[in-house]
Design a protein. Structure first.
Length: 360
């Protein structure tokens, strides 16, 4: 190799190293949870008193012991920020762990949501460069919920809204919830669909069996797969209800790599044709245009590359699901992948900056 070629190779190598070292690898994560005992107590005052069977007590004790993360959920300093720093997380977008039960009267639900949002806004002010928030809404009153969402965005500086599961067996595609989505579209903020406990009748029929323990059945119906199917179908129903024909700019985020739905996009596109659904476009058009995905702490190379192939890197945001999930390689998982630098940066922070309108 002559001197000119040697010089050229060295120059190209240096340029490649400099480009990699200058890449912003800091993360913005968007499914990160917060809780406060005072608000949990306010909700609990309205919870119906029921007699539990021995089996139900066993299940509740199991989940209570495994999910005892009260201190980490409420902490925004001592444990959370050191953890964020260790994983290269520049910012978390916070949301409440499931808060307002459907047994709470509408007027009280509105009050609790208002108080919850005020409390989270005050806590974020302790570290304004590290946290943003999504609103908690009272689904018992959709018009009040839309008003609260506007207050959260315009007065408290919140950047999105997170909705849990169903409300008294009603799905979010039903007309009564339309004001919430209309307000989110008007404010240009994304709606995050988060899992919640599923209908007890569905749980009993689909997931419980005398062939295995009640704890196994409860886990199967929740974190293992049940509540993921449930919230995945929620996104499907929003599409089929024509929500995105009404609100074409609305952005909806689905965690856990899309809750199982993306793998069936081609199948649903083939079966749910516009002549059947009366939609303006194919089913997959809406999913790929209006739905965004996060990993929710599921660090799987197969899922990462499959979802980039199915959805595009510009429709994937990063999420840890803290404190419920705390993968030790959360930052390195993305950065060591074979994605391009631009794809990594889109997922790491650029998509979040765009959807949540965050300052760089």
């Amino acid at each position: 190799m002559n001197k000119t070629m040697t010089w050229l190779v060295a120059l190209l190598w240096a340029a490649a190293v400099n480009a990699q070292s200058s890449m912003d690898t800091r993360l913005i994560t968007i499914e990160e949870h917060f809780a406060d005992p005072r608000l949990a107590e306010a909700d609990a005052r309205w919870r119906p008193k029921t007699e539990l069977t021995d089996e139900q007590r066993e299940v509740m004790a199991f989940f209570a012991s495994r999910m005892n993360l009260t201190e980490q959920l409420g902490d925004l300093s001592d444990k959370r920020i050191p953890h964020m720093d260790s994983q290269g997380i520049r910012m978390q977008i916070l949301s409440y762990t499931s808060l307002i039960g459907d047994y709470v009267p509408a007027e009280e639900a509105v009050r609790i949501a208002h108080e919850a949002n005020d409390l989270l806004a005050a806590r974020i002010k302790e570290h304004p460069d590290r946290f943003r928030a999504m609103a908690t809404l009272p689904l018992a009153d959709s018009k009040a919920a839309a008003k609260e969402l506007e207050r959260c965005v315009k007065e408290l500086g919140f950047v999105g809204v997170l909705l849990y599961g169903q409300y008294k067996g009603h799905w979010l595609d039903e007309p009564q919830f339309l004001p919430i989505f209309e307000k989110a579209a008007e404010l240009d903020i994304p709606v995050y669909l988060h899992p919640a406990l599923i209908n007890p009748q569905v749980q009993q029929a689909m997931y419980m069996s005398p062939a295995y323990s009640a704890i196994t059945g409860a886990e199967l119906s929740s974190a293992a797969i049940g509540w993921h199917y449930d919230v995945g179908i929620q996104a499907v129903r929003l599409i089929l209800a024509g929500l995105f024909d009404k609100l074409p700019a609305l952005k909806v985020i689905s965690g856990h790599w899309g809750e199982g739905i993306p793998m069936f996009l081609d199948r649903m596109n083939h079966q749910l044709t516009p002549d059947m659904t009366s939609l303006q476009h194919d089913f997959a058009y809406y999913y790929r245009c209006n739905i965004y995905l996060t990993p929710s702490g599921i660090m799987s190379d197969i899922n990462l590359h499959t979802m980039v192939e199915l959805m595009g890197a510009d429709h994937i945001l990063y999420a840890e699901d803290y404190p419920y999930e705390q993968p030790s390689d959360f930052h390195d998982f993305l950065m060591r992948s074979s994605l391009t630098d631009e794809q990594k940066q889109l997922i790491a922070h650029k998509n979040a900056e765009r959807l949540y309108r965050l300052k760089k």
